[in-house]
Design a binder for this molecule. Structure first.
Ligand code: PMP
Length: 305
């Protein structure tokens, strides 16, 4: 079936038809991975459509830009307005938003100071890891590919080039018949999923890998930390050896796209009861509660479209 695309996209200051948002084949980003981006969701809430943690996502976009000396020609407020505008123009309420900034056409050298082009796309998105994933969980494998070492490519920037690593991990998992791949860091300790952070539960305590394990410190990861602590659940950030994946009572993956997805089996070994565990269920209830009105948004995370 032919892919259906949204009608409108925002690029370099204007809303235009999707097909007109093009880049030159000699754009720096296409050759060298020099793009930075965000993935954001909007939800339907009792108060109307809201973009979840828009300000925090855009803040991370500007942090990624800083790492790569990219000066965006728009302010954070202008990009926030662009995100709202492109959702409204397409007539969406629950959607995925993809702001991207990239080195465009303007010189052939690696260190060329090219113009920075910016676009914001949006499209409807259901559960990222499959329709049943949130309910029954997914299978995962530990990848034969490690994440890049901290002194090679900064994992803390959400840059296009980083996702060569994610593609190797996710494609290997898919080829082997698993729902998602999990990577170790160059230290040999656990890092994160191809495009998701990890939480493991032991005796009622949540454990997650630290920034030093070559992870992107996710906004969903932060949301879980805040919601869990608020609910009296202890959360620790710590180095985690691979075998703890097999011994944990529960393991979950989280991210804007993946939301909170239980993992029921890793490397062919059942995780806990093989079903979404008590803490995973509670975190899902609290997380999705933000959007159905059952969890009070004390933090101003829901930003109206
Ligand atoms: N790690 C990687 C590599 C990712 O691509 C993502 C998705 N952006 C995450 C973690 C989760 O981040 P967030 O919760 O901010 O979406």
């Amino acid at each position: 079936m032919a892919q259906q695309y949204p009608e409108w996209i925002w690029q370099n200051g204007e809303i235009k038809p999707w097909k007109d948002a093009t880049a030159h084949v000699m754009s720096h980003a296409l050759h060298y991975g020099s793009s930075i981006f965000e993935g954001i969701r909007s939800y339907v809430t009792p108060e109307g459509a809201a973009i979840f943690r828009l300000t925090d996502h855009l803040k991370r976009l500007y942090q990624s830009a800083k790492i790569y000396d990219m000066v965006l020609p728009y302010s954070q407020d202008q990009l926030a307005a662009a995100c709202r505008e492109v959702i409204r123009k397409n007539g969406y309420s629950a959607a995925y938003l993809r702001p991207v900034a990239y080195r465009g056409l303007g010189g052939f050298g690696l260190s060329a100071d090219t113009p920075i082009d910016v676009a914001v796309a949006t499209w409807p998105m259901g559960p990222y890891l499959g329709p049943e994933a949130l309910e029954v969980g997914i299978t995962a494998c530990v990848s034969s590919w490690q994440r890049f070492a901290p002194n090679t490519i900064p994992a803390g920037a959400k840059a296009g080039g980083n996702y060569l690593s994610g593609q190797l991990i996710a494609r290997e998992a898919r080829r082997l018949g698993f729902g998602e791949g999990i990577a170790l860091a160059s230290s040999g300790l656990l890092s994160e999923g191809a495009g998701e952070n990890l939480f493991l539960a032991f005796d009622g305590v949540l454990h997650t890998t630290p920034a030093s394990a070559s992870i992107l410190a996710g906004i969903t990861r932060d949301t879980i930390k805040v919601l869990a602590r608020e609910d009296g659940i202890e959360v620790v950030e710590r180095d985690i050896p691979r075998e703890y994946l097999y011994l944990a009572d529960e393991v979950l993956m989280c991210g804007t796209a993946a939301e909170i997805t239980p993992i029921r089996e890793i490397d062919g070994k059942q995780v806990g009861s093989g079903k979404a565990g008590r803490l995973t269920r509670r975190l899902q209830e609290l997380y999705f509660g933000l959007f159905n009105g059952k969890t009070q948004d004390k933090w101003g995370w829901l930003e109206p479209v």
